[in-house]
Design a protein around this ligand. Structure first.
Ligand code: DAH
Length: 341
């Protein structure tokens, strides 16, 4: 019996050394300790013994069984540790101070539209300028030929600050500063957020975006204005857009126009967005009033220019088929993240 036990022990030790993973170890456990395993086989032989000898042989077999079980669990633990080490190493370098990867955000449809316009105008030689959201009354009104008690101020009721400054009602408020900054000749666009005391509905907001543009040079005429507007719109919409030009009054241009585009939401049939007219006022424009040029330090003997104030918010609505202007300012990510960049 002794010899059989020793042989079995040796056989087990060899097999244990060769077991490389937990699967091999489990096979070993079944082979030695399982119901039909080697140890169970030895137990069968006990029948051949009796008395003290049988008792002693039983003890020895049990001790072997315990030893094998213990060796298996030690080896299992060592293997688990080795597998863990391997896993950590295979994960390569890691940096405990690295911030977690946040899901990527998406651009606001107005940002997307603004960038597209900037790209188009830069391609036509325009500079892109930024300007304040808080301006003084001179910048917002007087420098644009809208004196203090002029009725045109009523069209642009805004928010006055205690110090007399205003939240700019239109991007035109930057015209004077930009003329003074560059002088003539000049081509610039200046997008910006504007504010008005409006009652809010599907197409009016108290906070919205415009993109102003001015071009001042020798011999600039209405033809230049129409050319630039048409080129810009056909690039933005990547299709032929129906436009109409109507006379419009703005104290800082003469003559002044309203440039309307056929409503892309209803195709001209009439819907709440276009107030059932089939047309949307998109881009008021005109030839810059000589007095405005003068206040900007431009020599009106030599230079003329055109200006336009594109409704950036409205353009974004047309471009993406956004029916309600309030969706743009509501900050609802479920809506905003749907726009392709
Ligand atoms: N500033 C005007 C507004 O917001 C729009 C405008 C009209 C801008 C005519 C212009 C222009 O540059 O030529 O109502």
């Amino acid at each position: 019996m002794q010899e059989q036990l020793q042989a079995l022990r040796a056989q087990f030790d060899t097999a244990l050394r060769q077991a490389e993973d937990s699967t091999a170890l489990e096979a070993l456990r079944v082979g030695f300790l399982g119901k039909k395993g080697h140890v169970a086989g030895l137990m069968q032989h006990l029948r051949e013994f009796s008395g003290e000898a049988k008792k002693e042989a039983g003890l020895l077999i049990n001790r072997l069984k315990d030893d094998i079980a213990q060796a298996l669990s030690l080896r299992a633990e060592a293997l688990r540790q080795a597998e863990l080490d391997k896993l950590i190493q295979s994960a390569g370098q890691y940096d405990t101070s690295r911030p977690p990867q946040a899901p990527a955000g998406s651009y606001h449809p107005i940002t997307l539209t603004q960038r597209e316009l900037e790209r188009i105008f830069i391609g036509m030689g325009f500079a892109v300028e930024d300007y304040n959201e808080i301006v003084n009354e001179y910048q917002c009104f007087e420098s644009l030929n809208i004196p203090k008690h002029h009725p045109a101020r009523d069209m642009q009721d805004t928010y006055y600050l205690d110090n007399g400054q205003v939240l700019k009602t239109h991007t035109s408020a930057a015209q004077n500063a930009i003329m003074r900054k560059y002088g003539a000749p000049l081509r610039a666009i200046f997008p910006g957020r504007c504010f008005r005391n409006e009652s809010i509905d599907a197409c009016h907001e108290n906070t919205f975006f415009q993109m102003e543009g001015i071009m001042i040079d020798r011999d600039i005429s209405i033809s230049n204005l129409i050319y630039f507007m048409k080129t810009m719109l056909s690039e933005v919409f990547r299709q032929d857009i129906k436009v109409r030009l109507r006379p419009g009054f703005f104290p800082f241009v003469e003559p002044g126009f309203e440039l309307d585009i056929n409503c892309l939401i209803c195709g001209g049939e009439g819907c709440p967005t276009c107030k059932n007219s089939g047309w949307l006022e998109l881009c008021p424009c005109g030839m810059i009033h000589p007095r405005v040029l003068e206040m900007g330090g431009i020599d009106t003997e030599e230079f003329t220019g055109f200006a336009f104030g594109l409704g950036l918010t409205r353009l974004a609505m047309m471009r993406y088929g956004i029916k309600d202007i309030r969706d743009l300012n509501a900050g609802n990510l479920k809506v905003l993240e749907q726009f392709p960049s």
